[in-house]
Design a protein around this ligand. Structure first.
Ligand SMILES: *[C@@H]1O[C@H](CO)[C@@H](O)[C@H](O)[C@H]1NC(C)=O
Length: 277
């Protein structure tokens, strides 16, 4: 009797799992143009960039749908800070970094035309309506630093705080935007990459780790290995490569104490710790 009830309970759980698995796909089948997982993502948001301001303890969040947000040092619900700049709504907020000295927040809006669920269109159409923006926590105002960028994604402020390195995903490039010095306010090519870059993070040695979503000329067959990330020095030269299985497509690589690398991906439900051979 007891075991019979357990079987029934197990059968009920199995059924519940089946319902959970089948409902979204049958809903998707009824309305072919809407993917069940992306249809709701505008409601809960998609945080694509996270960065702490160390002095204040605030955590800044670049959310694809909600815009630029901030979480107080004690945690709790995020406060939305910016949803539009110069009267143009943020449509695809993506990367964020902070000048730790001034507290100014630099962030990207990948496109004026496409949201995150349409990210493939940003690449396919060569859309160049992305923007580099700056939020000043003292005034609560955000300004456009540079418009008309092709798919700006992750970004990182240089160790000497004179410029920003921005990934331009579709063209497989890194760009450099000068904040200080004689070239202040201008943007130039920093590096050509063999793949599609996502987030850029400092390697704490003056250079950067750049996560690659895919190699530029990646074959769907053959050796199950591809480039996951690159380490670039302060002059834009590739000095280290990280390779791994094609099922892994990282969105961020961060180096911590002792050279340990932490790798995250929007497509994986875990964070990897990578050790060098
Ligand atoms: C993304 O934009 C398209 C076109 O404007 C819209 O139909 C869709 O609902 C948007 N997706 C989300 C999740 O907001």
């Amino acid at each position: 009797m007891a075991s019979g009830r357990r079987d029934l309970a197990a059968a009920t759980i199995a059924l519940a799992v089946l319902l959970v698995l089948f409902l979204p796909s049958s809903a998707a089948a009824a309305v072919p143009s809407i993917d069940a997982t992306t249809a709701t993502e505008g409601h809960c948001g998609r945080p694509l960039g996270l960065r702490f301001h160390l002095k204040s303890g605030y955590l800044y969040v670049a959310d694809a749908y909600k815009g630029l947000m901030r979480v107080a040092p004690g945690g709790g619900e995020a406060t939305v800070l910016v949803t539009e700049v110069d009267g143009v709504p943020l449509r695809f907020t993506n990367g964020v970094d902070i000048d730790q000295v001034t507290g100014e927040v630099y962030f990207t809006d990948s496109s004026m035309n496409f949201n995150r669920s349409q990210h493939e269109m940003v690449t396919r159409t060569g859309d160049s309506t992305g923007r580099l923006l700056r939020y000043d926590p003292r005034t609560g105002k955000a300004v456009v630093l540079q418009a008309d960028i092709t798919y700006p994604n992750g970004l990182a402020i240089s160790a000497d705080r004179t410029h920003l390195i921005i990934s331009s995903t579709g063209p497989c490039k890194l760009l450099r935007y000068w904040i200080k010095g004689s070239k202040a306010g201008t943007m130039e090519l920093f590096a050509d990459l063999p793949g599609y870059p996502d987030n850029v993070r400092p390697d704490k040695k003056g250079g950067y780790w750049v996560a690659l979503h895919r190699e530029k000329a990646e074959l769907p067959f053959g050796v199950d290995s591809h480039l996951l990330a690159l380490r670039i020095d302060a002059d834009g030269k590739i000095i280290e490569e990280m390779r791994g299985p094609k099922s892994v497509r990282p969105t961020e690589v961060v180096e911590r104490k002792g050279g340990r690398l932490f790798m995250g991906s929007v497509e994986l439900h875990y964070v990897s710790v990578v050790t060098r051979k």
